[in-house]
Design a protein around this ligand. Structure first.
Ligand code: BT5
Length: 255
């Protein structure tokens, strides 16, 4: 394969063997002025993390554990769109590189069938209403075999290798991810969120399903019917009333 076909995403790579988590390393690099597109990547994380302090299992050699620094000039209210954009890029890249068709579970999970193969964790650094930078953490279960998946995750997690039946070449995958990300991101910066929204809905696991959403104030139940133009999930309850769902935990039940 020819070299990396981007002009900034993935042009600078900080590669590690084993770290606690790539997220704080990316924050440190970003605060010291690392250029947009810098990628922090590691073979293993000993303290990989998900959202709300949840752990992210990141064993040696079999995954893609990385954090991408971006510096979009967008208002704070639009930063959740970057998680949706990243999920779309992941879904496309997985399809292109493995032939397996993934689905996006709102807001940040990539599913194959009913199991999670990848997750996104977006962290923000901002001053008042100005975004300094975003660190987008991406975990992809690439080459884990069923034995590599710990028992407590075996009902909910899978890998690209398990699903496609063949080992994944990680470097070409990461190159393709960077190229797809740059194309999607540049289009987003020029033209706005509409294409991401359309592609997200096309690849969605969530839309059309009955979900329950629990926030601190209330629990809502209904059918996920789409995203609004900002990227907020719209849920329709049994009375036909529509609700906006921001970032809360979404539980699913069968249709
Ligand atoms: C996520 O969180 O899905 C975001 C994961 C982001 C990981 C990347 S790796 C590079 C960068 N550095 C980091 O330290 N993190 C980022 P969340 O939606 O909260 O999902 C976490 C939940 O997924 C856990 O509570 C487990 O149930 C499950 N889980 C943990 N490890 C998993 C794995 N390897 N595959 C599938 N599911 C997993």
């Amino acid at each position: 394969r020819a070299g990396l076909g981007t002009y900034r995403i993935g042009q600078k790579v900080l590669a590690h063997d084993s770290v606690i988590s790539t997220q704080p390393l990316a924050h440190e690099a970003a605060s010291k002025g690392a250029p947009e597109g810098t990628l922090v990547i590691t073979e293993q994380q000993t303290g990989g993390r998900g959202r709300l302090g949840r752990p992210w299992h990141s064993p040696k050699g079999s995954g893609i554990w990385m954090s991408l620094i971006i510096r979009p000039e967008i208002p704070l209210s639009k930063t959740p769109q970057m998680t949706l954009l990243t999920a779309v890029v992941l879904a496309k890249t997985i399809w292109e590189e493995t032939g397996v068709g993934p689905k996006i579970k709102w807001p940040n999970d990539i599913f194959i069938g009913d199991k999670k193969v990848s997750g996104v964790l977006t962290e923000l650094n901002a001053e008042s209403d100005r975004v300094n930078y975003l660190v987008i953490g991406i975990g992809i279960n690439a080459n884990m075999t069923s034995e590599d998946i710990p028992p407590e995750l075996s009902a909910i997690a899978t890998s690209l290798r398990i699903e496609s039946g063949k080992p994944l070449k990680r470097i070409p995958f990461i190159q393709r991810f960077c190229e797809n990300f740059e194309a999607e991101y540049d289009h987003y910066l020029r033209e706005g969120f509409e294409r991401v929204k359309m592609e997200w809905e096309q690849h969605s696991y969530t839309i059309g399903r009955w979900i329950t959403v629990s926030t601190i104030q209330q629990t809502l139940e209904g059918k996920a019917i789409g995203l609004d133009e900002e990227g907020v999930l719209i849920l329709e309850d049994t009375t036909g009333k529509r609700h906006k769902v921001y970032s809360a935990d979404v539980n699913y039940r069968a249709n």
